[in-house]
Structure formats: structure tokens, C-alpha cells
Write a protein that binds this ligand. Structure first.
Ligand code: NAD
Length: 489
């Protein structure tokens, strides 16, 4: 066991280090079980201090009143500095959620690209001169929401936090980030870089701590004007209720149980590869994981055999080792949760075709490792097929025709993503339009562009992040009527 770092890292309040007087929080490296870092946490009093500082900065206009191109210049600089810090940021994330260093590096680069994208959007976004219906001009301008609370999960903090911080700042808001208690390090590091790039004092705070204490105090605080949340559907519902009571806007990116569909006319090798990556890249700890696979009956065995062979060949190992395809799950508690779902699937008559167990060997003893697991023989209504496991578990089901497929694929409370593999593009289009999902991939999966709106239907969320409109999410439109009465024609 390595000695934990001596001094817990402070909070960031109004751009400055500030002591957190809540219980110290240990971040655990899931590859070893060691404490990788320690963090001071906020109490409701420190939440209050951060909200007051954010509100005061907003009212002073130190950020809101900057011209968009001035804000963009600072966000471009933040992007440059984040890219320079790729290795540091990637290592922090790897030590807190166990993703491979290779994937963490890619996510740190994506975080920089996200800042660059929203800097460009900030500089080029326009208001509107709407068609007049009287003797006046109507202009629509977009005001920042005010003080925005951002609450994030542990699976991909670098990308998810950049995806909220960059547009919320681009829109001119004061921002308070509450990162997951499992991964506070990424948000703190990103925010420090952003402050060093020139975001003025007062505008940005990061409050480490649990959802029950810090998240809850933030959501209930009367000084918060908007909440942007990514996490589980149950938490999202709790937050939405509180936001509804206060009548403040609330954007929710929630869970998923995404259907991945292979038709008999698909390129089977490419489809199997896409399905495999769709669930087992990031070990299913991805909101868009394609966790329910529907295969047209004539090619069912051919696809399943390919997937089982791939699952057995997947190399688990230390996340620092470039030859590891995947590392451990993000925490020991999460592994237990995955194991409970696999046990449940067995009880419900599921046949485990691959995995269903921890890997053996000394290299795995101290980490939260779990083999990629493929299950067949379950009904689409079984709990393992209905509930989000958020782990490396793929449930495979056959289908007979399009009607049967759509009935099964859409029979879920979620609606985040879906994938379709077929050579018939007309059929692909027809199915894509009928699937109840915020994102549909055709002959690919898990491609994510910052330029395309992203979000969920049904219980997978409310609102859309990313894309040019991703900045609008953090604004409120204001219509201004300018009278032309008495003027010349
Ligand atoms: P979670 O809901 O447990 O926690 C998410 C965040 O909310 C954490 O920061 C947590 O501290 C905070 N929180 C918890 N209770 C709170 C409360 N009462 N008030 C305020 N804040 C509270 O989710 P998780 O386990 O961290 O992440 C996994 C979930 O996130 C999965 O369901 C996954 O699908 C979802 N997710 C969704 C997306 C998306 O874009 N749709 C992306 C990634 C993850």
C-alpha cells in the first residue's frame, strides 16, 4: 500500500484555493486499492460562500459584460493550456476511475478540443433581428442564465466537465462545478487551468464532496439560477423535482440501456467489431453503452460467436500498460453492483457465454477487475435487460422482423442512443427514425462529435448539450422591442 498524499487538496472558491471543512475524501485507485489523492470537501456553509461569490461576480459583470470575442480569447487560451497538460490530466483521471492511460489521454485532448470549439461558437454566435409585425424593431438577445451549478459523474470527468464548463462560461455565466466524489481531481485541475488562462476571479468554483451534502446544498441554494446535471436517472429525478419547486431551468443527461441492432444483411465482421466496442470500450461504463444487442435470427449465432471470441481475447491489465485493452472497473463498489446484476441474470435463466467472473492472476488481485460478460437467453423484460448496469455486460436477444425489433428495442424507459448495422441504407434510415433515442448510429457506434447535439429522450434526459446550440442551453432569450413610431419611413 502506497502512503496517501499528506495534504488534502483544497476547494476552489471564486478562482482561489479555499479550505473545505467537511470530511476529507479519499480518491481510491481502482487498479490497486490505494488512496491516490485526498480532497477537502465543502460544507453547506462553503457552498453558500461559493454561490455568493459567483452571484457577486455576475452582478459586477466581470465576465458577463466582456465582449464575446474577449471571452473567446480566454477560452482559446484555456484550450491551449489544457492540451499542454494532457499527461497530468490523463494521469489524474486514470488514478481515480481506472480507465487506461491511452483513453485518458484521448479524453484530455477531447477536453481541450471542447474548449476550442466553444470558444469559436462564443465568438461567432449571433442574436436575431426578427421580422417586425408593427412599427418597431424586434431583437432577440441571449443573456447568461446567471449562476450555473454543474454536477458531474465519475465515468469520464475530463470530457464531461469540459462539455459543461466551456459552454456555460462561453455564455457568460458564473459557474460552480460539483464533481463526483469518486473523481474530484479532474474538475479541480481543469478549473485551475481555466482560471490561469484568464477567467476573472469570482467566476469559477469547484466544490468537492458528496451528492447528499454538497450537491444537495447547491441544488437547493436560492442563489443558483440553473442546474446542468449528468448522472443517474434517479438522481436526475430528485434534482428535477427541486428545480421545479424553485422554477429554475435544469438540463439532465441521464442513464441509458441502448439497443444495438444487427440485420442479417450487415457486414458481419464490421458489425461484430462495432457491437463489441459499443459495450466493452470503457467496460460499459458509458451512458451510451450498447448494452442490449438485437440480432436478426439468421445471423444470430455468427454474430454471437464473433463476440464471444473477441471477449475472450480482450486483455485486461494495469491502466498504465499500453498493452492493456481495458483496466479495472471504476470502483470496488461498482464491481459488486455489476456482479449482483450478473447473478440476477443467471437466476432469470440467462446463459453466460463469456465472462461472468473476475479474472484470475496476481496482476488482478488488488484491482476492481471484471471480465467482459455476454449473456443470452434472457427475456427483454428481465431486469438485466431493463436496468442500466453501467458495466461490461451485454445481453443478446434475437429478432425476427422489423416490427418485432422495434417493439423490443423501444420497450425501455430509456432513450439515449441506439445503433443499426445493415447494408440497406433505406431500411437503416427507416429504423433510425423510429427508434426512440437522442442519438442513432448507422454502421458505426460511439462516435461522438462536439458539434452534434447530444441528449436523451424519455428517462434519459432533458435538453441537449454540445453543438452550437450547446451555448444557448446556458442562456435565456430576451426579446427587445424598439419603437420606430414617429420616425421617417
Ligand atoms: P450519480 O447520479 O450517482 O451521481 C452523479 C453526480 O450527482 C455526482 O457528482 C453525485 O455526487 C451527484 N449527486 C448525487 N446525489 C445528488 C443529490 N441528491 N443532489 C445533487 N447531486 C447529487 O451518477 P454516477 O454513479 O456518478 O454516474 C453514473 C450515471 O451517470 C449512469 O447512470 C450514467 O448513465 C450516467 N451518465 C450519463 C451521461 C449522459 O450524458 N447521458 C454521461 C455519463 C454518465
Amino acid at each position: 500500500m502506497n502512503a496517501p498524499p499528506e495534504m488534502p487538496a483544497p476547494l476552489l472558491i471564486a478562482g482561489e484555493d479555499a479550505p473545505g471543512t467537511g470530511p476529507v475524501l479519499d480518491a481510491i485507485d481502482p487498479a490497486t486499492g490505494d488512496v491516490s489523492a485526498r480532497y477537502q470537501t465543502a460544507t453547506p456553509a462553503e457552498v453558500d460562500a461559493a454561490v455568493h461569490a459567483a452571484r457577486a461576480a455576475h452582478e459586477r459583470g466581470v465576465w458577463r459584460d466582456k465582449k464575446p470575442h474577449e471571452r473567446a480569447t480566454i477560452l482559446f487560451e484555456a484550450a491551449r493550456r489544457i492540451a499542454d497538460q494532457t499527461e497530468t490530466l490523463a494521469t489524474i483521471q486514470m488514478r481515480q476511475n481506472g480507465k487506461t492511460l491511452t483513453e485518458c489521454r484521448a479524453q484530455a485532448k477531447a477536453a481541450a478540443a471542447t474548449f476550442r470549439y466553444f470558444a469559436s461558437v462564443c465568438e461567432t454566435l449571433e442574436g436575431e433581428l426578427t421580422t417586425p409585425r408593427g412599427d418597431y424593431l424586434t431583437l432577440t438577445v441571449y443573456e447568461p442564465a446567471g449562476v450555473v451549478a454543474l454536477i458531474t459523474p465519475w465515468n469520464s470527468p475530463l470530457t464531461m466537465e469540459a462539455q459543461k464548463l466551456a459552454p456555460a462560461l462561453a455564455a457568460g455565466n458564473s459557474v460552480i462545478l460539483k464533481p463526483s466524489e469518486m473523481t474530484p481531481g479532474c474538475g479541480l485541475a481543469l478549473a485551475r487551468i481555466v482560471c490561469e488562462a484568464g477567467v476573472p476571479s469570482g467566476v469559477l468554483s469547484v466544490l468537492s464532496g458528496t451528492g447528499a451534502i454538497v450537491g444537495d446544498a447547491l441544488v437547493r441554494h436560492a442563489g443558483v439560477s440553473m442546474i446542468s446535471f449528468t448522472g443517474g436517472t434517479m438522481t436526475g429525478r430528485t434534482i428535477a423535482r427541486l428545480a421545479a419547486e424553485r422554477l429554475i431551468p435544469c438540463a439532465l443527461e441521464l442513464g441509458g440501456k441502448s439497443p444495438h441492432i444487427v440485420f442479417a444483411d450487415a457486414d458481419l465482421d464490421r458489425a461484430a467489431e462495432g457491437v463489441f466496442g459499443g459495450i466493452f470500450d470503457a467496460l460499459g461504463q458509458s451512458c451510451v453503452a450498447g448494452s442490449r444487442l438485437f440480432v436478426e435470427r439468421p445471423v444470430y449465432r455468427a454474430i454471437v460467436d464473433r463476440l464471444v471470441a473477441r471477449a475472450e481475447a480482450l486483455r485486461l491489465g494495469p491502466p498504465t500498460d499500453p498493452s492493456s485493452d481495458q483496466g479495472p472497473l471504476a470502483s470496488f463498489g461498482h464491481r459488486e453492483r455489476v456482479e449482483r446484476y450478473v447473478a440476477l441474470a443467471r437466476e432469470d435463466g440467462g446463459r453466460i457465454l463469456a465472462g461472468g467472473k473476475r479474472p484470475l492472476g496476481s496482476v488482478f488481485e488488488r484491482g476492481a477487475y471484471y471480465r467482459p460478460t455476454i449473456i443470452e437467453g434472457l427475456d427483454n423484460k428481465a431486469r438485466a435487460c431493463r436496468e442500466e448496469i453501467f458495466g461490461p455486460v451485454l445481453c443478446v436477444l434475437p429478432f425476427d422482423d422489423e416490427a418485432d425489433l422495434l417493439a423490443q428495442a423501444n420497450d425501455t424507459s430509456y432513450g439515449l442512443a441506439a445503433g443499426v448495422w445493415t447494408r440497406d441504407t433505406v431500411k437503416a434510415w427507416r429504423i433510425a427514425r423510429r427508434l426512440e433515442a437522442g442519438t442513432v448510429w448507422i454502421n458505426t457506434y460511439r462516435e461522438l462529435s462536439i458539434a452534434a447535439p447530444f441528449g436523451g429522450m424519455k428517462e434519459s434526459g432533458l435538453g441537449r448539450e454540445k453543438g452550437r446550440q450547446g451555448v444557448r442551453l446556458y442562456t435565456q432569450p430576451k426579446s427587445i422591442y424598439l419603437s420606430l413610431a414617429g420616425g421617417s419611413p
